[in-house]
Ligand binder design. Structure first.
Ligand SMILES: Cc1cc2nc3c(=O)[nH]c(=O)nc-3n(C[C@H](O)[C@H](O)[C@H](O)COP(=O)(O)OP(=O)(O)OC[C@H]3O[C@@H](n4cnc5c(N)ncnc54)[C@H](O)[C@@H]3O)c2cc1C
Length: 490
Protein backbone atom coordinates (compact mmCIF):
# COMPACT_ATOMS: atom_id res chain seq x y z
CA UNK A 1 0.00 0.00 0.00
CA UNK A 2 1.50 3.28 -1.12
CA UNK A 3 1.01 6.54 0.81
CA UNK A 4 0.92 10.14 -0.19
CA UNK A 5 2.71 12.85 1.69
CA UNK A 6 0.64 14.83 4.16
CA UNK A 7 0.01 18.47 3.12
CA UNK A 8 -0.34 19.78 6.64
CA UNK A 9 1.20 23.20 7.33
CA UNK A 10 4.72 22.84 8.71
CA UNK A 11 5.76 25.96 10.67
CA UNK A 12 4.84 25.76 14.33
CA UNK A 13 2.44 22.89 13.63
CA UNK A 14 4.68 20.22 15.17
CA UNK A 15 4.86 21.93 18.54
CA UNK A 16 1.15 22.75 18.59
CA UNK A 17 0.05 19.27 17.57
CA UNK A 18 2.22 17.73 20.27
CA UNK A 19 0.59 19.90 22.95
CA UNK A 20 -2.86 19.24 21.50
CA UNK A 21 -2.25 15.48 21.35
CA UNK A 22 -1.18 15.43 24.99
CA UNK A 23 -4.34 17.28 26.02
CA UNK A 24 -6.52 15.03 23.83
CA UNK A 25 -5.13 11.79 25.27
CA UNK A 26 -5.56 13.14 28.79
CA UNK A 27 -9.17 14.13 28.08
CA UNK A 28 -10.19 10.98 26.17
CA UNK A 29 -8.00 8.08 27.29
CA UNK A 30 -8.43 4.97 25.13
CA UNK A 31 -10.11 6.85 22.29
CA UNK A 32 -7.02 8.14 20.45
CA UNK A 33 -5.28 5.91 17.89
CA UNK A 34 -1.90 6.60 16.34
CA UNK A 35 -1.01 3.18 14.92
CA UNK A 36 -0.24 2.84 11.21
CA UNK A 37 -3.33 0.79 10.36
CA UNK A 38 -5.82 3.11 12.08
CA UNK A 39 -4.21 6.17 10.47
CA UNK A 40 -4.05 4.56 7.00
CA UNK A 41 -7.66 3.32 7.15
CA UNK A 42 -8.78 6.84 8.10
CA UNK A 43 -6.57 8.47 5.44
CA UNK A 44 -8.84 7.70 2.47
CA UNK A 45 -12.33 7.18 1.14
CA UNK A 46 -13.66 5.68 -2.09
CA UNK A 47 -11.70 8.23 -4.17
CA UNK A 48 -8.69 6.26 -2.88
CA UNK A 49 -6.33 9.19 -2.41
CA UNK A 50 -4.53 8.77 0.89
CA UNK A 51 -3.49 11.69 3.15
CA UNK A 52 -2.46 10.61 6.63
CA UNK A 53 -3.98 12.18 9.76
CA UNK A 54 -1.95 12.79 12.93
CA UNK A 55 -4.44 10.74 14.95
CA UNK A 56 -7.79 9.01 14.75
CA UNK A 57 -10.25 9.71 17.57
CA UNK A 58 -12.92 7.02 17.90
CA UNK A 59 -15.58 8.61 20.10
CA UNK A 60 -18.14 6.56 22.05
CA UNK A 61 -20.53 9.36 23.11
CA UNK A 62 -21.85 12.60 21.64
CA UNK A 63 -20.30 14.69 24.41
CA UNK A 64 -16.86 13.35 23.44
CA UNK A 65 -17.38 14.96 20.01
CA UNK A 66 -17.77 18.32 21.77
CA UNK A 67 -14.64 17.68 23.84
CA UNK A 68 -12.54 16.86 20.75
CA UNK A 69 -13.75 19.99 18.94
CA UNK A 70 -13.06 22.25 21.95
CA UNK A 71 -9.44 21.10 21.97
CA UNK A 72 -9.09 21.24 18.18
CA UNK A 73 -10.45 24.77 18.22
CA UNK A 74 -8.13 25.84 21.03
CA UNK A 75 -5.02 24.50 19.26
CA UNK A 76 -6.21 25.08 15.64
CA UNK A 77 -6.03 21.41 14.64
CA UNK A 78 -7.83 20.28 11.44
CA UNK A 79 -10.72 17.89 12.15
CA UNK A 80 -12.30 15.61 9.56
CA UNK A 81 -15.52 13.87 10.63
CA UNK A 82 -15.77 10.29 9.40
CA UNK A 83 -18.61 7.79 9.12
CA UNK A 84 -17.96 4.80 6.86
CA UNK A 85 -15.52 6.56 4.53
CA UNK A 86 -17.49 5.63 1.40
CA UNK A 87 -17.47 9.16 -0.04
CA UNK A 88 -16.81 9.19 -3.79
CA UNK A 89 -15.17 12.63 -3.89
CA UNK A 90 -12.34 12.65 -1.33
CA UNK A 91 -14.53 14.66 1.07
CA UNK A 92 -13.55 12.33 3.94
CA UNK A 93 -9.80 12.56 3.33
CA UNK A 94 -7.83 14.47 6.01
CA UNK A 95 -6.06 16.55 3.38
CA UNK A 96 -4.21 18.74 5.90
CA UNK A 97 -3.60 16.03 8.51
CA UNK A 98 -4.87 16.72 12.03
CA UNK A 99 -7.52 14.55 13.66
CA UNK A 100 -10.01 12.22 12.05
CA UNK A 101 -13.12 12.21 14.22
CA UNK A 102 -14.68 8.78 13.78
CA UNK A 103 -18.33 8.87 14.88
CA UNK A 104 -19.28 5.38 13.67
CA UNK A 105 -19.86 4.11 17.23
CA UNK A 106 -22.77 6.55 17.74
CA UNK A 107 -25.21 4.06 16.25
CA UNK A 108 -28.41 4.08 18.40
CA UNK A 109 -31.74 3.70 16.58
CA UNK A 110 -35.00 4.70 18.38
CA UNK A 111 -38.27 4.43 16.48
CA UNK A 112 -41.42 6.40 17.33
CA UNK A 113 -44.19 4.50 15.51
CA UNK A 114 -46.88 7.01 16.55
CA UNK A 115 -45.14 10.14 15.22
CA UNK A 116 -43.56 8.09 12.42
CA UNK A 117 -40.05 9.27 13.16
CA UNK A 118 -36.75 7.64 14.00
CA UNK A 119 -33.95 9.20 16.04
CA UNK A 120 -30.55 7.80 15.11
CA UNK A 121 -26.93 8.24 16.09
CA UNK A 122 -24.82 9.72 13.28
CA UNK A 123 -22.94 6.42 12.94
CA UNK A 124 -26.03 4.26 12.34
CA UNK A 125 -25.76 2.34 9.06
CA UNK A 126 -28.38 3.40 6.50
CA UNK A 127 -29.63 -0.11 5.66
CA UNK A 128 -29.88 -1.01 9.37
CA UNK A 129 -32.17 1.97 9.92
CA UNK A 130 -34.23 0.85 6.92
CA UNK A 131 -34.44 -2.77 8.10
CA UNK A 132 -35.53 -1.77 11.61
CA UNK A 133 -38.22 0.67 10.49
CA UNK A 134 -39.51 -1.74 7.83
CA UNK A 135 -39.91 -4.40 10.52
CA UNK A 136 -42.61 -2.18 12.09
CA UNK A 137 -44.30 -1.33 8.78
CA UNK A 138 -42.56 2.02 8.19
CA UNK A 139 -40.19 3.18 5.46
CA UNK A 140 -37.09 5.40 5.20
CA UNK A 141 -36.76 5.78 1.41
CA UNK A 142 -33.34 7.38 0.64
CA UNK A 143 -31.25 4.48 -0.63
CA UNK A 144 -27.71 5.24 -1.81
CA UNK A 145 -26.20 2.13 -3.42
CA UNK A 146 -23.67 2.19 -0.58
CA UNK A 147 -26.45 1.85 2.04
CA UNK A 148 -25.10 -1.39 3.53
CA UNK A 149 -21.94 0.51 4.54
CA UNK A 150 -22.70 4.25 4.66
CA UNK A 151 -23.69 6.01 7.89
CA UNK A 152 -26.64 8.35 8.24
CA UNK A 153 -24.27 11.13 9.35
CA UNK A 154 -22.35 10.73 6.07
CA UNK A 155 -25.65 10.61 4.13
CA UNK A 156 -26.80 13.86 5.74
CA UNK A 157 -23.41 15.55 5.34
CA UNK A 158 -23.50 14.71 1.60
CA UNK A 159 -27.29 14.98 1.15
CA UNK A 160 -27.14 11.49 -0.36
CA UNK A 161 -29.46 10.42 -3.13
CA UNK A 162 -30.09 6.98 -4.54
CA UNK A 163 -32.41 4.98 -6.72
CA UNK A 164 -35.81 5.81 -5.18
CA UNK A 165 -35.34 9.60 -5.16
CA UNK A 166 -37.43 9.94 -8.31
CA UNK A 167 -40.57 9.18 -6.28
CA UNK A 168 -39.52 9.83 -2.69
CA UNK A 169 -36.86 12.57 -2.71
CA UNK A 170 -33.35 12.76 -1.23
CA UNK A 171 -31.94 12.63 2.32
CA UNK A 172 -32.73 16.32 2.96
CA UNK A 173 -36.46 15.63 2.49
CA UNK A 174 -36.47 13.34 5.55
CA UNK A 175 -34.33 15.25 8.08
CA UNK A 176 -36.44 16.89 10.82
CA UNK A 177 -33.80 17.61 13.46
CA UNK A 178 -30.03 17.52 13.89
CA UNK A 179 -27.91 17.53 17.02
CA UNK A 180 -24.18 18.01 17.14
CA UNK A 181 -21.37 20.47 17.74
CA UNK A 182 -20.04 23.56 16.01
CA UNK A 183 -16.33 23.95 15.28
CA UNK A 184 -15.61 25.53 18.68
CA UNK A 185 -17.20 22.60 20.54
CA UNK A 186 -20.46 24.36 21.45
CA UNK A 187 -23.57 22.18 20.98
CA UNK A 188 -26.36 22.75 18.45
CA UNK A 189 -29.94 21.52 18.12
CA UNK A 190 -31.18 22.46 14.67
CA UNK A 191 -34.84 21.50 14.27
CA UNK A 192 -36.49 19.04 16.65
CA UNK A 193 -38.47 15.80 16.55
CA UNK A 194 -41.43 17.79 15.22
CA UNK A 195 -43.16 17.79 11.86
CA UNK A 196 -43.43 21.57 11.73
CA UNK A 197 -40.67 24.03 12.68
CA UNK A 198 -40.04 27.51 11.31
CA UNK A 199 -38.32 29.23 14.22
CA UNK A 200 -35.39 31.40 13.15
CA UNK A 201 -33.01 30.89 10.24
CA UNK A 202 -32.95 27.34 8.93
CA UNK A 203 -29.41 26.32 9.90
CA UNK A 204 -30.43 22.65 9.81
CA UNK A 205 -30.70 22.75 6.03
CA UNK A 206 -27.37 24.57 5.84
CA UNK A 207 -25.68 21.67 7.64
CA UNK A 208 -27.25 19.13 5.26
CA UNK A 209 -24.86 18.65 2.35
CA UNK A 210 -22.10 20.73 3.98
CA UNK A 211 -19.65 17.78 3.92
CA UNK A 212 -18.48 18.20 7.50
CA UNK A 213 -17.28 21.79 6.91
CA UNK A 214 -19.78 23.58 9.19
CA UNK A 215 -20.30 21.27 12.18
CA UNK A 216 -20.25 17.66 13.32
CA UNK A 217 -23.58 15.85 13.55
CA UNK A 218 -24.03 13.43 16.44
CA UNK A 219 -27.68 12.44 15.93
CA UNK A 220 -30.64 13.07 13.65
CA UNK A 221 -34.41 12.68 13.73
CA UNK A 222 -35.79 11.41 10.43
CA UNK A 223 -39.30 11.41 9.01
CA UNK A 224 -40.76 8.00 8.08
CA UNK A 225 -43.63 7.04 5.77
CA UNK A 226 -45.75 3.88 5.54
CA UNK A 227 -43.93 0.99 3.89
CA UNK A 228 -45.10 0.24 0.32
CA UNK A 229 -46.76 -3.18 0.38
CA UNK A 230 -45.70 -4.43 -3.01
CA UNK A 231 -43.10 -3.88 -5.74
CA UNK A 232 -42.79 -4.82 -9.38
CA UNK A 233 -39.66 -4.52 -11.54
CA UNK A 234 -39.35 -4.43 -15.33
CA UNK A 235 -36.31 -4.16 -17.61
CA UNK A 236 -36.72 -2.73 -21.12
CA UNK A 237 -34.34 -2.75 -24.11
CA UNK A 238 -34.04 0.13 -26.59
CA UNK A 239 -32.19 0.49 -29.87
CA UNK A 240 -30.40 3.67 -28.74
CA UNK A 241 -29.75 5.89 -25.75
CA UNK A 242 -31.91 8.63 -27.23
CA UNK A 243 -34.82 6.19 -27.58
CA UNK A 244 -34.48 5.10 -23.94
CA UNK A 245 -34.17 8.62 -22.55
CA UNK A 246 -37.01 10.04 -24.64
CA UNK A 247 -39.15 7.18 -23.34
CA UNK A 248 -38.19 8.18 -19.77
CA UNK A 249 -39.60 11.66 -20.39
CA UNK A 250 -42.73 10.36 -22.17
CA UNK A 251 -43.41 8.07 -19.23
CA UNK A 252 -43.98 11.06 -16.93
CA UNK A 253 -46.03 12.81 -19.61
CA UNK A 254 -48.25 9.70 -19.62
CA UNK A 255 -48.78 10.11 -15.85
CA UNK A 256 -46.85 7.01 -14.77
CA UNK A 257 -45.20 7.20 -11.35
CA UNK A 258 -42.13 4.93 -11.08
CA UNK A 259 -40.37 4.49 -7.74
CA UNK A 260 -37.13 3.73 -9.64
CA UNK A 261 -36.17 4.66 -13.20
CA UNK A 262 -32.60 3.70 -14.04
CA UNK A 263 -30.79 4.06 -17.38
CA UNK A 264 -27.80 2.22 -18.85
CA UNK A 265 -26.12 3.30 -22.07
CA UNK A 266 -24.82 0.78 -24.59
CA UNK A 267 -21.20 1.18 -23.46
CA UNK A 268 -22.21 0.21 -19.88
CA UNK A 269 -24.35 -2.68 -21.11
CA UNK A 270 -21.57 -4.11 -23.24
CA UNK A 271 -19.14 -3.87 -20.26
CA UNK A 272 -21.65 -5.77 -18.08
CA UNK A 273 -22.20 -8.37 -20.81
CA UNK A 274 -18.47 -8.92 -21.28
CA UNK A 275 -17.93 -9.10 -17.50
CA UNK A 276 -20.61 -11.74 -16.85
CA UNK A 277 -20.24 -13.55 -20.19
CA UNK A 278 -24.05 -13.39 -20.64
CA UNK A 279 -26.25 -11.29 -22.89
CA UNK A 280 -28.81 -9.28 -20.91
CA UNK A 281 -31.40 -9.65 -23.69
CA UNK A 282 -30.68 -12.76 -25.81
CA UNK A 283 -32.50 -11.30 -28.79
CA UNK A 284 -30.99 -7.77 -28.69
CA UNK A 285 -27.39 -7.60 -27.54
CA UNK A 286 -25.85 -4.27 -26.55
CA UNK A 287 -29.17 -2.49 -26.23
CA UNK A 288 -29.62 0.63 -24.10
CA UNK A 289 -31.69 -0.24 -21.02
CA UNK A 290 -34.29 1.25 -18.66
CA UNK A 291 -34.86 -0.54 -15.35
CA UNK A 292 -38.15 0.44 -13.77
CA UNK A 293 -39.77 -0.29 -10.41
CA UNK A 294 -43.30 0.62 -9.34
CA UNK A 295 -44.46 0.24 -5.74
CA UNK A 296 -47.44 0.86 -3.48
CA UNK A 297 -50.63 -1.01 -2.59
CA UNK A 298 -51.14 -4.22 -4.62
CA UNK A 299 -53.97 -2.68 -6.62
CA UNK A 300 -51.82 0.36 -7.54
CA UNK A 301 -48.89 -1.82 -8.54
CA UNK A 302 -51.12 -3.99 -10.75
CA UNK A 303 -52.54 -0.90 -12.43
CA UNK A 304 -49.13 0.78 -12.94
CA UNK A 305 -47.65 -2.46 -14.35
CA UNK A 306 -50.46 -2.88 -16.87
CA UNK A 307 -50.22 0.75 -18.01
CA UNK A 308 -46.43 0.59 -18.23
CA UNK A 309 -46.40 -2.59 -20.34
CA UNK A 310 -48.97 -1.10 -22.71
CA UNK A 311 -46.99 2.16 -22.89
CA UNK A 312 -43.76 0.28 -23.70
CA UNK A 313 -45.26 -1.98 -26.38
CA UNK A 314 -44.49 0.37 -29.25
CA UNK A 315 -41.33 1.80 -27.73
CA UNK A 316 -39.13 -1.00 -26.32
CA UNK A 317 -37.45 -3.77 -28.37
CA UNK A 318 -37.89 -6.34 -25.61
CA UNK A 319 -38.64 -6.61 -21.91
CA UNK A 320 -38.27 -8.87 -18.86
CA UNK A 321 -40.21 -8.56 -15.62
CA UNK A 322 -39.96 -9.71 -12.00
CA UNK A 323 -42.87 -10.13 -9.61
CA UNK A 324 -40.87 -11.55 -6.71
CA UNK A 325 -37.98 -9.96 -4.81
CA UNK A 326 -35.63 -12.82 -5.81
CA UNK A 327 -36.40 -12.36 -9.52
CA UNK A 328 -36.08 -8.59 -9.19
CA UNK A 329 -32.66 -9.08 -7.60
CA UNK A 330 -31.51 -10.94 -10.73
CA UNK A 331 -32.53 -7.92 -12.85
CA UNK A 332 -30.84 -5.47 -10.47
CA UNK A 333 -27.64 -7.48 -10.75
CA UNK A 334 -27.19 -5.92 -14.22
CA UNK A 335 -27.17 -2.42 -12.73
CA UNK A 336 -24.92 -3.44 -9.86
CA UNK A 337 -22.37 -5.08 -12.16
CA UNK A 338 -21.86 -2.26 -14.60
CA UNK A 339 -19.75 0.00 -12.34
CA UNK A 340 -17.14 -2.68 -11.59
CA UNK A 341 -17.26 -4.14 -15.12
CA UNK A 342 -15.98 -0.87 -16.60
CA UNK A 343 -12.49 -1.70 -15.37
CA UNK A 344 -12.31 -4.15 -18.29
CA UNK A 345 -11.86 -1.03 -20.48
CA UNK A 346 -9.13 0.73 -18.46
CA UNK A 347 -7.72 0.75 -14.93
CA UNK A 348 -8.90 4.24 -13.84
CA UNK A 349 -12.19 6.08 -14.00
CA UNK A 350 -13.33 9.62 -13.43
CA UNK A 351 -16.77 8.99 -11.93
CA UNK A 352 -19.21 11.89 -12.17
CA UNK A 353 -22.75 12.38 -10.83
CA UNK A 354 -23.96 15.30 -12.90
CA UNK A 355 -27.61 16.36 -13.16
CA UNK A 356 -29.42 17.97 -16.10
CA UNK A 357 -33.14 18.67 -16.61
CA UNK A 358 -34.62 15.28 -17.54
CA UNK A 359 -35.65 16.54 -21.00
CA UNK A 360 -31.96 17.35 -21.68
CA UNK A 361 -30.58 13.90 -20.82
CA UNK A 362 -30.68 12.68 -24.44
CA UNK A 363 -28.63 15.72 -25.48
CA UNK A 364 -26.10 15.05 -22.71
CA UNK A 365 -25.71 11.44 -23.85
CA UNK A 366 -25.26 12.54 -27.46
CA UNK A 367 -22.47 14.74 -26.10
CA UNK A 368 -20.79 11.94 -24.10
CA UNK A 369 -20.78 9.75 -27.24
CA UNK A 370 -19.25 12.58 -29.29
CA UNK A 371 -16.73 13.18 -26.48
CA UNK A 372 -15.70 9.51 -26.64
CA UNK A 373 -14.77 10.01 -30.31
CA UNK A 374 -13.12 13.38 -29.69
CA UNK A 375 -10.82 12.34 -26.83
CA UNK A 376 -10.49 8.65 -27.75
CA UNK A 377 -11.52 7.44 -24.26
CA UNK A 378 -14.61 5.40 -23.33
CA UNK A 379 -17.43 7.33 -21.61
CA UNK A 380 -19.83 4.66 -20.25
CA UNK A 381 -22.81 6.24 -18.52
CA UNK A 382 -25.62 4.96 -16.34
CA UNK A 383 -27.78 6.58 -13.70
CA UNK A 384 -31.03 7.85 -12.35
CA UNK A 385 -32.97 8.84 -15.49
CA UNK A 386 -36.00 9.75 -13.38
CA UNK A 387 -34.24 12.75 -11.88
CA UNK A 388 -31.70 13.58 -14.59
CA UNK A 389 -28.79 12.38 -12.42
CA UNK A 390 -26.33 10.55 -14.68
CA UNK A 391 -23.09 8.86 -13.67
CA UNK A 392 -20.82 9.70 -16.59
CA UNK A 393 -17.46 7.93 -16.46
CA UNK A 394 -14.28 8.70 -18.35
CA UNK A 395 -12.07 5.59 -18.46
CA UNK A 396 -8.31 5.82 -18.90
CA UNK A 397 -5.09 3.97 -18.13
CA UNK A 398 -3.19 5.82 -15.46
CA UNK A 399 0.21 4.60 -16.70
CA UNK A 400 -0.41 6.32 -20.04
CA UNK A 401 0.32 10.06 -19.57
CA UNK A 402 -1.40 10.96 -22.85
CA UNK A 403 -4.61 9.29 -21.70
CA UNK A 404 -4.45 11.13 -18.36
CA UNK A 405 -4.26 14.47 -20.22
CA UNK A 406 -7.18 13.45 -22.46
CA UNK A 407 -9.25 12.49 -19.40
CA UNK A 408 -8.57 15.88 -17.81
CA UNK A 409 -9.55 17.72 -20.99
CA UNK A 410 -12.65 15.52 -21.33
CA UNK A 411 -13.91 16.08 -17.80
CA UNK A 412 -13.61 19.84 -18.09
CA UNK A 413 -15.56 19.83 -21.37
CA UNK A 414 -18.21 17.57 -19.84
CA UNK A 415 -18.71 19.86 -16.85
CA UNK A 416 -19.02 22.91 -19.09
CA UNK A 417 -21.65 21.11 -21.18
CA UNK A 418 -23.61 20.16 -18.06
CA UNK A 419 -23.67 23.76 -16.84
CA UNK A 420 -24.62 24.98 -20.35
CA UNK A 421 -27.57 22.56 -20.31
CA UNK A 422 -28.82 24.15 -17.08
CA UNK A 423 -27.45 21.32 -14.93
CA UNK A 424 -25.24 20.91 -11.89
CA UNK A 425 -21.74 19.41 -11.47
CA UNK A 426 -22.86 17.07 -8.66
CA UNK A 427 -26.28 15.75 -7.66
CA UNK A 428 -25.53 13.38 -4.79
CA UNK A 429 -21.83 12.77 -4.15
CA UNK A 430 -21.00 16.37 -3.20
CA UNK A 431 -17.95 18.48 -4.08
CA UNK A 432 -15.18 17.22 -1.78
CA UNK A 433 -11.89 17.36 -3.65
CA UNK A 434 -12.97 15.88 -6.96
CA UNK A 435 -15.50 18.55 -8.00
CA UNK A 436 -13.74 21.55 -6.41
CA UNK A 437 -12.11 22.63 -9.71
CA UNK A 438 -15.57 23.10 -11.22
CA UNK A 439 -17.12 25.29 -8.51
CA UNK A 440 -16.38 28.45 -10.52
CA UNK A 441 -18.11 26.99 -13.57
CA UNK A 442 -21.24 26.43 -11.50
CA UNK A 443 -21.31 29.45 -9.19
CA UNK A 444 -20.80 33.17 -9.55
CA UNK A 445 -18.09 34.96 -7.52
CA UNK A 446 -20.82 36.43 -5.31
CA UNK A 447 -22.31 32.99 -4.59
CA UNK A 448 -18.93 31.57 -3.63
CA UNK A 449 -18.19 34.61 -1.45
CA UNK A 450 -21.51 34.10 0.39
CA UNK A 451 -20.69 30.42 0.97
CA UNK A 452 -17.25 31.35 2.29
CA UNK A 453 -18.80 33.96 4.60
CA UNK A 454 -21.08 31.28 6.12
CA UNK A 455 -18.09 28.97 6.55
CA UNK A 456 -16.08 31.75 8.24
CA UNK A 457 -18.98 32.58 10.58
CA UNK A 458 -19.48 29.00 11.77
CA UNK A 459 -15.84 27.91 11.68
CA UNK A 460 -13.73 31.07 12.10
CA UNK A 461 -10.45 29.16 12.46
CA UNK A 462 -11.19 26.98 9.40
CA UNK A 463 -10.52 23.70 11.25
CA UNK A 464 -13.48 21.67 9.95
CA UNK A 465 -12.54 19.56 6.93
CA UNK A 466 -10.12 22.15 5.50
CA UNK A 467 -9.21 22.01 1.81
CA UNK A 468 -12.64 20.83 0.67
CA UNK A 469 -15.22 22.43 -1.66
CA UNK A 470 -13.50 25.82 -2.07
CA UNK A 471 -9.81 25.02 -2.77
CA UNK A 472 -9.16 23.79 -6.32
CA UNK A 473 -7.60 20.31 -6.25
CA UNK A 474 -6.43 18.50 -9.39
CA UNK A 475 -7.55 15.00 -8.56
CA UNK A 476 -6.06 13.49 -11.72
CA UNK A 477 -2.54 14.61 -10.69
CA UNK A 478 -2.65 12.29 -7.64
CA UNK A 479 -2.13 8.55 -7.68
CA UNK A 480 -4.86 6.46 -6.05
CA UNK A 481 -3.67 3.80 -3.59
CA UNK A 482 -4.26 0.14 -4.35
CA UNK A 483 -6.53 -1.03 -1.56
CA UNK A 484 -9.56 -3.30 -1.18
CA UNK A 485 -12.45 -1.48 0.49
CA UNK A 486 -15.49 -3.20 2.07
CA UNK A 487 -17.73 -2.51 -0.97
CA UNK A 488 -15.23 -3.91 -3.51
CA UNK A 489 -16.67 -7.23 -4.56
CA UNK A 490 -13.88 -8.43 -6.80
C1 LIG B 1 -20.23 1.56 -3.94
C2 LIG B 1 -20.72 2.96 -3.64
C3 LIG B 1 -21.97 3.36 -4.06
C4 LIG B 1 -22.43 4.65 -3.78
N1 LIG B 1 -23.67 4.99 -4.19
C5 LIG B 1 -24.17 6.21 -3.86
C6 LIG B 1 -25.50 6.57 -4.24
O1 LIG B 1 -26.24 5.80 -4.87
N2 LIG B 1 -25.94 7.80 -3.88
C7 LIG B 1 -25.17 8.67 -3.15
O2 LIG B 1 -25.63 9.76 -2.83
N3 LIG B 1 -23.90 8.35 -2.81
C8 LIG B 1 -23.38 7.16 -3.13
N4 LIG B 1 -22.09 6.83 -2.77
C9 LIG B 1 -21.26 7.83 -2.05
C10 LIG B 1 -21.28 7.68 -0.49
O3 LIG B 1 -21.60 6.37 -0.10
C11 LIG B 1 -22.25 8.65 0.13
O4 LIG B 1 -21.76 9.97 -0.05
C12 LIG B 1 -22.49 8.46 1.64
O5 LIG B 1 -23.47 9.40 2.03
C13 LIG B 1 -21.26 8.63 2.51
O6 LIG B 1 -21.54 8.10 3.81
P1 LIG B 1 -20.33 7.69 4.77
O7 LIG B 1 -20.86 7.28 6.08
O8 LIG B 1 -19.45 6.72 4.09
O9 LIG B 1 -19.61 9.10 4.91
P2 LIG B 1 -18.07 9.43 4.91
O10 LIG B 1 -17.44 9.03 3.61
O11 LIG B 1 -17.44 8.92 6.14
O12 LIG B 1 -18.13 11.02 4.97
C14 LIG B 1 -18.64 11.75 3.88
C15 LIG B 1 -18.59 13.25 4.18
O13 LIG B 1 -19.45 13.52 5.28
C16 LIG B 1 -18.73 14.06 6.38
N5 LIG B 1 -19.29 13.46 7.59
C17 LIG B 1 -19.40 12.13 7.88
N6 LIG B 1 -20.03 11.98 9.06
C18 LIG B 1 -20.32 13.22 9.52
C19 LIG B 1 -20.95 13.70 10.69
N7 LIG B 1 -21.41 12.89 11.64
N8 LIG B 1 -21.08 15.05 10.86
C20 LIG B 1 -20.61 15.90 9.90
N9 LIG B 1 -20.00 15.49 8.78
C21 LIG B 1 -19.86 14.16 8.59
C22 LIG B 1 -17.29 13.71 6.13
O14 LIG B 1 -16.40 14.63 6.74
C23 LIG B 1 -17.23 13.75 4.62
O15 LIG B 1 -17.09 15.07 4.20
C24 LIG B 1 -21.60 5.56 -3.07
C25 LIG B 1 -20.33 5.15 -2.64
C26 LIG B 1 -19.88 3.87 -2.92
C27 LIG B 1 -18.54 3.45 -2.43
Amino acid sequence: MSRQPSRKPESGYKVTIQKAMKALRRKLPGRVFLDKKSCFDASLDNLRLSFLPDAVVKVQTATEVGAVLKLAHKYTIPVTARGAGSSATGSTVPLHGGWVLDVSALADIKIDTVSRMVTVGAGAITSEIQDQVEAVGLFYPPDPSSKKYSTIGGNIACNAGGLRCVKYGVTRDYVLGLEGYYADGSPFKLGLALKKYVSGLNLRDLLIGSEGTLGVITSATLKLIPKPQKRWTGMFAFKSEAAALKTAVALFEAGLNPSILEFLDRQSVSCAERYTGNLIFDDCPRASILLIEVDGRPVEVREQRARLLEFMESRALAHREARTDAKAEALWQVRRTCSQSMFSIADTKLNEDVVVPIQKQAELIRYTIALKKEIGLATPTFGHAGDGNLHVHIMYNRSNPEDAVKAKVGIKKLMQKVVDLGGVITGEHGVGLAKAPFMELQHSKAEIAAMRAVKDALDPKGILNPGKIFEPFEVWDHKPVQVKLPWDHR
